[in-house]
Design a protein around this ligand. Structure first.
Ligand SMILES: [Zn+2]
Ligand SMILES: [Zn+2]
Length: 482
């Protein structure tokens, strides 16, 4: 049977063609990879008299404009590859937005496009888009996302929160994240200037700012779970007596695990290695849903009997192991008075540890803090120099991505990207000034404020003289101390 003659391109088959109806909103329109010669062939001949035409092109970023003139009949037309938003090609803006909102890097995307020889924007243009439109868009979107979260939280009688420090977001900053333990949503992110060798102070700064913000927003905090930073302990005890301070079981479990590993390496203590994992699991289990700190401690301490094959305990809170009777246990039971037994007892019944165990959070700690920290690394790579507000916007992106994808292992939901695109094209680009003003109103941290808003000055103190050195004028004043 003779095959039907089809125009070139018939390999797609009829079913591959869909009605080509113009979209109303240009951000949602599909884009194609079009080869220049394929495109220009459309303009070679005059549509009226079929004579060869003079064809000129102009390229700006991702934008292409073609002019076609017919020397024979005078027909001419100008064809543009994409719509303009004001005077900016929509594709340039959307490319920048897609890179920024998905947490991709301009350098990587630029490499790919250059290898493909796809016309693209330069770095300065991208950075201008980020500054003038994208960061203001992210900031405004996060504010509405956050106010939605806060609205839900304030409608509850009490909430349980946890706070985590991430040191070295980049060379200058650390971040402090507060999450709702019930939903695992990130509800606040603070960016704190690093102090060399003083991560405790940085953690305090983030925590105080976050708690003040959440409380002033009307969130009633029942428990707040953190690591065992002493300053944090003191602050919560003295300044926030209404909040119950709990410890994150993972921080303590890590400590215990490290001590057991050390003990397992000691001479005659190898058997501890077999116990290490179950002891750490027992610590997690002791804290879960525990009705009181005393009960957690009783459950945790029962372990010492258990490893000696004793399963009844002289403690009315936890009088008996909950497991079924032990037969043919594969691990070696410990014998009282032996080196591993004495050393293990020292670890399990360490006074400071017991005090901390009493304060373990009874809530199931499902959230995976490492997961969020690696998101921060993705959205704010350490090798890219961000300014304060730009970096904060990247953290907000990470938070929005996290809140949408928490608990999902594989499929990544990118609804927040579409949401950001909508805000960008439907709101920000119609009135960018209003949005940039909002972002600029975001106060810089005090230390930064001082160096930025006033001329930079270093104060050099010698024995009796203070030199104020302005950057423009090497020596401005000599002030004698009296
Ligand atoms: Zn013509
Ligand atoms: Zn037992």
């Amino acid at each position: 049977m003779k095959k039907e003659n089809r125009p070139s391109g018939s390999w797609l088959g009829d079913s591959s063609f869909t009605n080509a109806e113009p979209e109303s909103n240009h951000k949602d329109i599909n884009k194609y990879l079009v080869y220049e010669d394929c495109l220009l062939s459309l303009f070679q001949n005059c549509p009226l008299c079929t004579c060869p035409c003079v064809v000129k092109k102009a390229v700006r970023g991702t934008y292409l404009s073609v002019q076609q003139n017919c020397p024979n009949c005078g027909y001419n037309q100008q064809w543009n590859s994409q719509p303009l938003v004001g005077s900016t090609p929509a594709g340039d803006l959307q490319l920048s937005a897609a890179i920024s909102f998905t947490g991709s890097s301009f350098a990587q995307v630029d490499k790919v496009l250059t290898a493909l020889k796809v016309k693209s924007i330069d770095k300065a243009t991208h950075q201008r888009h980020v500054r003038n439109y994208l960061d203001p868009c992210i900031y405004s979107t996060w504010q509405s996302v956050q106010s939605g979260l806060l609205q839900t939280m304030t409608s509850k009688d009490v909430v349980n929160l946890r706070g985590d420090l991430k040191a070295d977001v980049n060379a200058k900053y650390d971040s402090y994240t507060v999450r709702d333990m019930e939903t695992d949503n990130v509800i606040d992110v603070q960016l704190v200037q690093s102090e060399v060798g003083h991560s405790n102070g940085v953690e305090m700064e983030g925590l105080v700012r976050s708690l003040d913000f959440l409380e002033s927003s009307g969130v009633k905090i029942d428990t707040f779970t953190t690591n065992r930073n002493r300053q944090v302990k003191k602050y919560l005890r003295e300044e926030k007596p209404e909040v119950t301070h709990c410890y994150d079981v993972r921080h303590i479990a890590k400590d215990v695990s490290r001590k057991l590993a050390e003990l397992g390496k000691k001479k005659g203590c190898k058997m501890i290695q077999k116990w290490q994992q179950s002891i750490v699991s027992h610590l997690h289990w002791s804290s879960q849903l525990s009705p009181s700190g005393d009960y957690t401690v009783a459950k945790w301490s029962s372990l010492l009997n258990h490893v000696h094959d004793m399963h009844d305990h002289a403690n009315r809170l936890f009088p008996k192991c909950l497991h079924s009777p032990v037969t043919g246990h594969s691990k070696k039971w410990l014998k009282s008075g032996t080196k591993p037994s004495i050393r293990l007892q020292k670890i399990i019944q360490n006074k400071r540890l017991l005090k901390d165990v009493a304060k373990l959070s009874p809530l199931l700690q499902t959230s995976d803090i490492e997961g969020f920290h690696s998101l921060i690394r993705r959205f704010a790579p350490q090798n890219v120099a961000f300014k304060f507000r730009g970096l904060l916007c990247r953290l907000y992106l990470a938070a929005m991505h996290h809140n949408e994808n928490k608990g999902q292992q594989r499929l990544q939901n990118e609804d927040y990207v579409q949401n950001l695109m909508d805000v960008l094209f439907e709101e920000v680009l119609t009135d960018p000034g209003r949005f940039t003003a909002k972002l600029r109103a975001l106060p810089l941290p005090a230390a930064l404020d001082a160096t930025r808003e006033t001329p930079v000055r270093d104060i050099v103190v010698s024995t009796s003289v203070v030199h104020l050195i302005g950057h423009k004028y090497p020596v401005v004043h000599l002030v004698k101390l009296t």
